[in-house]
Design a protein around this ligand. Structure first.
Ligand code: ADP
Ligand code: MG
Length: 324
C-alpha cells in the first residue's frame, strides 16, 4: 500500500449500516433461497452506492425469518437429527447471510468498476449471565403451533405463550448486548479496506463463565442494539439503520402522523417515552440510535435502504443528533 493511500483510508468516513428484514426477504416476507438472494442484491446495490462515494462501510443485519426457518427444520426432524440450539442457529445464519451479502456486494461493485475485498466474521456478543431477560423470556420467535405441539416442546424445556386465535408461540430471552467480542478483528479488517459483515442477528449470544470460558446461550439479541454497540466499538462516524420506512414517525398510523427529520437525542427520547414507536420494531431502532449518538457524539440515522447515501449526508431519514 502506498503511504498516501494509507492516509486517505484513515480519513475516510466509516459508516455502520444495519440491514433489516426487508433487505433479506421478499416484500411479502417469503424467504426461499431465491427470495433472499434477490433481496440481498437490491440491498447491496444501495450499499455499493455508499462505497462508491468513498465511504468505509461495515454491514450488520437481522436474521429473524432465517432463524425461524431453521427452527421449523429442528422441530420437523427432531426424531431423526438432534435439534441444534438457538446460538448455533445464529452462527449458521450469520455465515449464510454473510455469504450471500458479500457475493451480491462484490457483484454490484464490479458493475461499477470498483473492487473491494470483503469478509464475513462469525461474531459473538457477550450478554450478562444475570440479565433480567433470562428470568422473563419475552421475544417471540418461530411459527405459531397448536397447543399439543407446544406442550411437547415445553416438555423439553422450551417456553411458549398462548397467543389466542393464532396459536402458541415460543418466547426466548432477549438480553442486553454488553460487548461485541469480535469487534477487534472487524476493526482491523475495516482499517485495511475490507468491507466487513459482522454481528448478524445481533451476534451469537454468549455468557462468560466464572472460569473465564465462553458459553453460547439460548437467547436472541436485538440486532439494532448490537449495531449501536458495534458502531461505537468501531468508532464509526455514523450508524445508519436501513429499514422499510423512510423515517421514524410520530403519531404513526394516525391522521396526525409526522415523519421526523433531524431531532436531538433528547427529543427522540421524549417521543419514545410518549410511546410513539412500536416496541418490537421502531422502538429498538430509536433506542439504538440514541445510545450511539449519546456515546459517540455523532449522528445516527434511521432511513429506508434506498435512501442511505442521502441519510449519511443528513439529507434524508430521521437524523438523531447530539443535544445542542
Ligand atoms: P427491520 O426488519 O428493518 O428491523 P422492523 O419491521 O422491525 O424493521 O421495523 C420497521 C417497522 O416499524 C416499519 O415497517 C413500521 O411498520 C414499524 N413502526 C412502528 N412504529 C413506527 C413509527 N413510529 N414510525 C415508523 N415506523 C414504525
Ligand atoms: Mg421488518
Amino acid at each position: 500500500m502506498h503511504a498516501n493511500e494509507a492516509v486517505a483510508r484513515v480519513q475516510r468516513m466509516r459508516v455502520l449500516v444495519a440491514l433489516g428484514g426487508n433487505a433479506l426477504t421478499a416484500d411479502d416476507g417469503s424467504a426461499g433461497p431465491g427470495d433472499q438472494i434477490s433481496a440481498a442484491e437490491a440491498a447491496m446495490a444501495s450499499v455499493a452506492e455508499l462505497i462508491v462515494e468513498g465511504v468505509d462501510v461495515v454491514i450488520t443485519h437481522g436474521n429473524g425469518p432465517q432463524v425461524g426457518n431453521l427452527l421449523v427444520k429442528n422441530e420437523l426432524s427432531a426424531s431423526v437429527v438432534p435439534p441444534v440450539p438457538l446460538d448455533w442457529c445464529g452462527a449458521q445464519t450469520q455465515a449464510t447471510l454473510g455469504f450471500i451479502l458479500v457475493n451480491a456486494l462484490e457483484q454490484s461493485l464490479a458493475e461499477q468498476g470498483v473492487r473491494r475485498s470483503t469478509a464475513v466474521i462469525v461474531t459473538r456478543t457477550r450478554v450478562d449471565r444475570d440479565d433480567p431477560g433470562f428470568a422473563k423470556p419475552s421475544k417471540p420467535i418461530g411459527r405459531y403451533l397448536t397447543r399439543d405441539d407446544a406442550v411437547a416442546l415445553m416438555d423439553h424445556g422450551q417456553r411458549f405463550e398462548d397467543r389466542g386465535e393464532r396459536g402458541w408461540r415460543r418466547v426466548v430471552p432477549s438480553p442486553e448486548p454488553r460487548e461485541i467480542l469480535d469487534a477487534g478483528v472487524v476493526s482491523i479488517l475495516a482499517d485495511q479496506g475490507y468491507v466487513v459483515v459482522a454481528a448478524g442477528g445481533g451476534g451469537v449470544p454468549v455468557v462468560r463463565e466464572p472460569d473465564g470460558t465462553l458459553r453460547g446461550v439460548e437467547a436472541v439479541i436485538d440486532k439494532d442494539l448490537a449495531a449501536a454497540l458495534l458502531a461505537r466499538s468501531l468508532k464509526a462516524d455514523r450508524l445508519v439503520i436501513a429499514t422499510d420506512v423512510d423515517n421514524a414517525v410520530i403519531g404513526y398510523g394516525t391522521p396526525d402522523a409526522k415523519p421526523l427529520g433531524e431531532v436531538s437525542v433528547a427529543e427522540a427520547r421524549r417521543y419514545a417515552d410518549e410511546g410513539h414507536f412500536g416496541s418490537g420494531s421502531m422502538g429498538p431502532k430509536v433506542e439504538a440510535v440514541c445510545r450511539f449518538v449519546e456515546s459517540a457524539g455523532r449522528p445516527g440515522v434511521i432511513t429506508s435502504l434506498s435512501n442511505i447515501v442521502a441519510g449519511v449526508r443528513g439529507e434524508s431519514g430521521t437524523v438523531v443528533v447530539p443535544n445542542g
